[in-house]
Design a binder for this molecule. Structure first.
Ligand code: T1G
Length: 705
């Protein structure tokens, strides 16, 4: 977890005033009105005072600024809990003898929604959103949410909402009975007061959710959820505990159900998975805090140019269009322009089908916000141009020479290259300070990661503009230095070699894939290579062959497949065969491996699943440590954010650096030294790793340095 700089506690985050015999409680704890100890104490004191007074006929609770309460203060996790504890506070709110109204706007999430559920009546503005996202943090709603929501909205609605952690709109919340009314107003305080006055006038009394009994459901509902989530959220603890807590609501009294919820919550609070998911949450916010752009204003971003309408170019164009930006896409001739337009249109239609884009907005985009052309002159007013053409330095140099001549002063020229030298590309222009790398991940309109590759001469405001563009595109941007593969692909190339090393030592590619899927990866590396196309890795290996160190133990079995024309899914055969039975192991590759072992004089031995994971993780962490010590990544957390958002690393493990801290850097170093006995070229411990182990420090210590 990333303890954040200790901000001075907001002196008095809870203010109460009595207006026409209604107590109005305002919460002011920016930026999201989190339920810090000060807020909980303030609320507790307010309700204690209300209990002492006889001139209060109703109560309104609301949040100032942009939102109601967005949850417990997750910065307090890991610290000794302080009274008043949230469940007790919410029970106190619910026990109030006069009606309590929660007036809701922004995002009422987690403990915030639980406070609202403890109130007796709930009113919201139309664009308010609700949710119990605790499961995404490796915990569960621990202040009565698993007990009150089933009673209010039904067990199945509650089970889905709590195990998914998704946000719910005001309309859906109204329909489900989570809120009582929607009021279209900008004055949240007045909205609450109006509802409270009506309740007093009508003689309404407190309506306590805990006094309801949940409508019973068949036991199969819980069994089905357990089975589904054991598969979908394999290895994760929180979803299973969420199910147990909701199930408890259907067979225990409210008090017993609350105690059961508390026990299940505590169990999760102590887990590595909770620490990892909270680390991921804060790391994805910390990663945008880059010293060189602190207080640097980004340039305007309204018009985007994209060069190249293939998969990447079209994906980048769609990502910008969905963010409301104007896009001009350039292709080389009329046919290519037509194909690019069709590409973009098809992808946007997919967004319409999935409800991510209205037909009206689709029409507006295709009617003018988006245009494709073969004329570079149409880029004259573009604020940022992103090149996404073939990965050839010659082709890119030609593109940047043209852009330099056409684009207005101050326009930013970006390359989507995945490994080429951005300094060399920048040198082709008269404006190297305006050149940057924006490395998107395919599919670019889906993958959240954006590596912002800062070249030697890139100006800070250009880097700041890259981060601003990422935020606009709802992406997670990571600052990367210039090297082959930047952060993600450079580390990938090393842990892929570790996988190959495990195969040469005795494992099959299929055992490697299975071990890593069981570890939590979405797919194993060999299945991923088949999906991406084995020819891509083959081309990279051939490109790097001239510079390959003769001491490297080079695994050739993938080359044998490529030489036979087997490039994976696209040719129907690679490491796996893709036919009627779906994906099945291709035994041919085992023959190639056996011959290679013989030629290399390797006697195969049994490689356990654990050893496969140890090799993979040791290689990943070791190269990541080099990437950090060379400054290619600013901090270890930047590597975690990259691997979590671009490479399918299991989020509930927090990223490779969080994982290494969890298992211990000394274990990682010991593994490297163990494998070095087999291959002392691949397995050379990074000096940063050795230093941290010698100093008894962790990667987390570096994150906060
Ligand atoms: N606690 C502490 N800080 C928080 C916070 C929280 N709950 N939520 C956000 N922040 C900080 C965040 O780190 C950032 O800080 C700033 O606020 C703006 O956030 C008992 C135990 C509310 C939808 O999981 O989903 O309740 O970087 O950049 O994009 O059952 O923040 O500026 O220093 O994300 O507008 C459950 C988590 C907690 C909600 C706003 N609640 N937050 O998004 O801003 S567990 C959550 C969010 C719980 C109970 C349990 C989002 C947001 P900084 P931001 P945003």
């Amino acid at each position: 977890m990333l303890p954040r700089k200790e901000e001075p506690p907001v002196s008095n985050p809870v203010l109460m005033e009595v207006v026409d015999d209604i107590a109005v409680i305002a919460i002011a704890n920016p930026p999201v009105n989190a339920l810090s100890h000060a807020v909980r104490s303030g609320l507790d004191a307010a309700f204690a005072e209300i209990a002492r007074r006889d001139d209060v006929k109703a109560v309104v609770i609301y949040g100032t600024d942009r939102t109601f309460i967005a949850g417990a203060d997750i910065r307090e996790f890991g610290k000794p809990p302080q009274e008043p504890f949230l469940p007790d506070l919410i029970n106190r709110i619910e026990a109030c003898v006069v009606p309590v109204v929660a007036a809701l706007h922004g995002t009422a999430l987690g403990g915030g929604l639980e406070v609202a559920l403890g109130a007796h009546y709930r009113v919201a503005v139309p664009n308010a959103r609700f949710g119990l996202p605790e499961v995404t943090l490796g915990i569960l709603p621990g202040a009565g949410g698993t007990q009150r929501l089933p009673r209010l909205a039904g067990v199945e609605f509650a089970l889905e909402a709590i195990t998914s952690g998704r946000q719910i709109s005001a309309d859906e919340a109204l329909k489900a009975g989570v809120i009582d009314r929607i009021s279209d107003t900008s004055d949240v305080r007045e909205m609450g007061l109006t509802y409270a006055r009506e309740l007093v006038a009508s003689g309404a009394t407190p309506r306590r959710t805990s006094e309801l009994s949940p409508v019973p459901v068949a036991a199969e509902v819980f069994d089905a959820a357990r089975t589904r989530l054991a598969k979908k959220a394999r290895g994760q603890l929180a979803p299973q505990n969420c199910i147990k807590a909701v199930e408890g609501a259907t067979r225990l009294s409210f008090a017993e159900g609350l105690a059961n919820e508390r026990a299940l919550f505590q169990e999760l609070m102590e887990s590595d998975q909770r620490a990892a998911l909270i680390h991921a949450f804060f790391a994805e916010r910390q990663v945008a805090k880059v010293p060189e752009i602190k207080d640097v204003a980004p340039r305007t971003i309204d018009q985007i140019g994209v060069i190249g309408g293939g998969t990447m170019g079209a994906g980048i164009a769609v990502s910008a269009l969905l963010a409301g930006l104007q896009v001009t896409l350039i292709e080389r001739d009329a046919d290519a322009v037509a194909r690019a337009e069709a590409n973009v249109s098809k992808t946007l239609q997919g967004s319409v089908k999935r409800g991510k884009l209205s037909q009206e907005n689709y029409d507006a985009i295709m009617g003018g916000t988006f245009r494709a052309s073969d004329d570079y002159a149409t880029l004259a007013e573009a604020d940022v141009v992103i090149e996404a053409v073939f990965e050839s330095m010659e082709v890119k140099k030609d593109v940047f020479t043209k852009l330099d001549a056409i684009c207005k002063p101050g326009a930013i020229l970006a390359s989507n290259t995945s490994y080429l030298d951005v300094n060399e590309i920048a040198a082709m222009t008269s404006r190297p300070e305006d050149v940057i790398g924006l490395h998107f991940f395919s599919p670019a309109h889906v993958m959240r990661l954006l590596e912002i590759v800062v070249a030697d001469k890139t100006a800070p405001e250009v880097t700041a503009t890259g981060f601003a563009l990422a935020k606009r595109l709802k992406k997670v941007a990571v600052r990367a230095g210039v090297c082959d593969g930047f952060i993600g692909n450079r580390i990938l190339s090393h842990y892929r070699k570790a996988g190959d090393g495990a195969v040469l030592a005795g494992a099959s590619p299929f055992e490697v894939d299975r071990a890593l899927v069981n570890f939590g990866l979405a797919m194993g590396p060999y299945a991923v290579s088949d999906l991406a196309g084995l020819d891509i890795g083959w081309a990279t290996r051939k490109r790097l062959a001239p510079t390959r160190d003769p001491r490297e133990v080079y695994a050739e079995f993938a080359d044998r497949l490529c030489e036979a024309g087997h490039f994976g899914r696209k040719t129907g055969k690679g490491f796996y065969v893709y036919g009627e039975e779906g994906q099945v192991p291709n035994d041919e590759v085992l023959e190639h491996i056996a011959m290679e072992r013989a030629a290399k004089g390797i006697a195969a031995r049994k490689i356990s699943e654990q050893e496969i994971v140890d090799r993979y993780m040791a290689a990943m962490v070791n190269e990541a440590a080099r990437v950090v010590e060379e400054g290619i990544a600013l901090r270890p957390l930047d590597v975690d954010v990259t691997l979590l958002n671009g490479y399918g690393f299991p989020r509930w493990r927090g990223g490779p650096m969080q994982y290494a801290d969890t298992v211990g850097l000394d274990k990682i170093l010991a593994d490297i030294e163990r494998f070095a006995q087999e291959d002392d070229f691949l397995w050379q411990p990074a000096s940063l790793l050795k230093r941290l182990v010698a100093e008894g420090k962790t990667f987390a210590d570096l994150n906060n340095a």
